[in-house]
Design a protein around this ligand. Structure first.
Ligand code: GRF
Length: 200
């Protein structure tokens, strides 16, 4: 049975694009919705170009009331009945209640080699620590921020002279390889970890 995938974004949606473009042919999943918490997010137009239905639930309309915001998220999501939710550049912290409702069906990609550097500014933190390698992680979402079971990681080298921008670009390029491969396995109930790296 083809799995129905909803993708949540906040910005340009480059990860959403690679996920959508990967779900073709014998892939066990298909995209059914791209949902943004930001009106006019660039990814919405890219989803529409690909014929994917979109929706916007602006968190700013709920004045900090996370429960009300997430109740609307759930209403919109339940209309498409996703089997899997992919957070892809989605920049809102979700409550324990929301994550519990979707636990076991929700993935996120985080730009660090978890458990290192949970939270924000991961590239800056890796550079400040003098790390010689960095990367990204896809994990199941649980109530623990950036803490769920890891389903895949991709490693990149850190070069002398790297800036936040050059490192972020290198990591993003690997995100675009990692997330589609993890989703393909996850949709086929295969939890074999995906391990990728680029040579130094
Ligand atoms: C990027 O910083 C990426 O590392 C993280 O979310 C941000 C935006 O990604 N996963 P996208 O281009 O909107 O997918």
């Amino acid at each position: 049975m083809t799995k129905r995938v909803a993708i949540l974004i906040s910005g340009g949606g480059s990860n959403m694009v690679t996920l959508v473009d990967s779900m073709t042919g014998d892939h066990p999943a298909r995209p059914v919705l791209v949902l943004s918490n930001i009106e006019g997010a660039g990814g919405l137009a890219r989803a529409t170009e690909r014929g994917i239905p979109t929706a916007t639930v602006p968190h700013k309309d709920y004045g900090g009331d996370r429960a009300a915001f997430e109740a609307e998220l759930n209403r919109v999501l339940e209309e498409v009945a996703p089997d899997i939710i992919c957070l892809a550049g989605f920049m809102r912290v979700l409550t324990e209640e929301f994550t519990r409702k979707w636990q076991g069906r929700m993935l996120n990609i985080h730009p660090s080699l978890l458990p290192k550097y949970r939270g924000l500014h991961t590239h800056r933190r890796a550079l400040e620590a003098g790390d010689r390698e960095h990367g990204c992680t896809v994990h199941e979402v649980t109530a623990e921020l950036d803490g769920g079971p890891i389903l895949g990681q991709a490693t990149v080298p850190v070069y002398d002279g790297d800036t936040e921008e050059t490192l972020a670009k290198r990591v993003l390029g690997m995100e675009h390889q990692l997330y589609p491969e993890v989703l393909r396995r996850y949709a086929a109930a295969d939890r074999t970890p995906v391990v990728l790296s680029i040579s130094s």
